[in-house]
Design a binder for this molecule. Sequence first.
Ligand SMILES: *Cc1c(COP(=O)(O)O)cnc(C)c1O
Length: 440
Amino acid sequence: MQNISKSKKFFSQAQKSIPGGVNSPVRAFKSVGGTPRFLSRALGAYLYDVDENEYVDTICSWGPAIVGHSHPDVIKAIQKASNNGLSFGAPTIGETNLAELICNFLPSVEMVRLTSSGTEATMSAIRLARGVTNRTKIVKFEGCYHGHVDSLLVKAGSGLLTAGNPTSAGIPKPVADETLVLPFNDENALKLCFKKYGKSIAAVIIEPVAGNMNLVKPKFNFLNQLRKECDDAGSILIFDEVMTGFRVGLNGAQGIFGVTPDLTTIGKVIGGGMPMGAFGGKREIMEHIAPLGNVYHAGTLSGNPIAVAAGIATLNILSKNDFFENISEITNEFVTGFLSAAKTYEYSDFSADSIGGMFGLYFHKNIPGSFNEINKCNPKSFNHFFHTMLENGVYLAPSPFEAGFLSIQHEGAPIKKAIESAKVAFRKLKNLEKLEKNSC
Ligand SMILES: *Cc1c(COP(=O)(O)O)cnc(C)c1O
């Protein structure tokens, strides 16, 4: 057994002064049970907890650490920037440099505003879309997450095309009423929705590759259909690429699927591990932002020089040397290893998928295409698998509703280690399955 006595102690201490002991709910291990590991440091593909246990990290800070933890170029950039001061509340040339990089890599983005988180980016993009169109309704998709924005913490209502219900207390009903929630990958629902509400829809926001209900890819033509409906109705199409931007490819999911959104939100990777988000898009839309226009957006730490330095250093690494070909291969090798480990132990209720440096593991025979299908995955099997992996030095996301993320530094030993642990975990799962069968 792993020694996790310090994590246990720190977790119970944390719960006295921090709700649930964590500053973001998934960290509390509620869905899998057990003690969240308190971490002390991270290097390359590895995490170290306060008891000095080592783990292969398959979360990478939920995406940002795509060049590996503590990459020397990123650390150096942060150290250099911090010598000149931490925050000025006035413009710096670094912000323009980062903005130009983003506009270069995401051709749909002609102008961009920096924020301090992905949530701020989506919140501001929604306000902008409403401000520009003078409309109120927002369409989102079941299972997609866009940060903790009131109007986006909404799930489907009682029937298709009825107003949404809040997924959190504290969200006024009139706010949720303005959000329509459709099933992901359902072209028919999309058509019906636009037929009924088209002229009052300010914006559609979507994760073009969903990563907050586990990984779910868009079906052929779904994003094109979305683009067409938005064009016909005069609604703004927002791709929330906070997760997929600089994670699935150098030009985002929009580059891979060849669909051009009006606005794009990004975050995670662009801060290189520092707090950062951004929203941008067509010049004629972005020019509505204050001080040019009448849609307000601001931030004391927006474009913070240390975060900007980390972001630029990270983008410089991932824009060179076939970075995305390599990380796609590494991630593919990872999921292929898991699939063949499952096969070795004849564990059949398992599938896996990946795109760029992002992957999904599903305790179901087939790769899911919607939130509904994700819910058919077996949470008990995931739970067992998760804990065996953790015990064997592999840190998976502590929930079956999360995608996984690797870095360029996972090549070789870290991946081998993860696959070896997966063999142990699948063997245990298969034995458990046999035991359960015999007992009934
Ligand atoms: C993480 C995430 C957000 C929220 O970003 P924060 O920085 O956590 O506020 C928004 N949208 C998507 C798609 C995300 O994955």
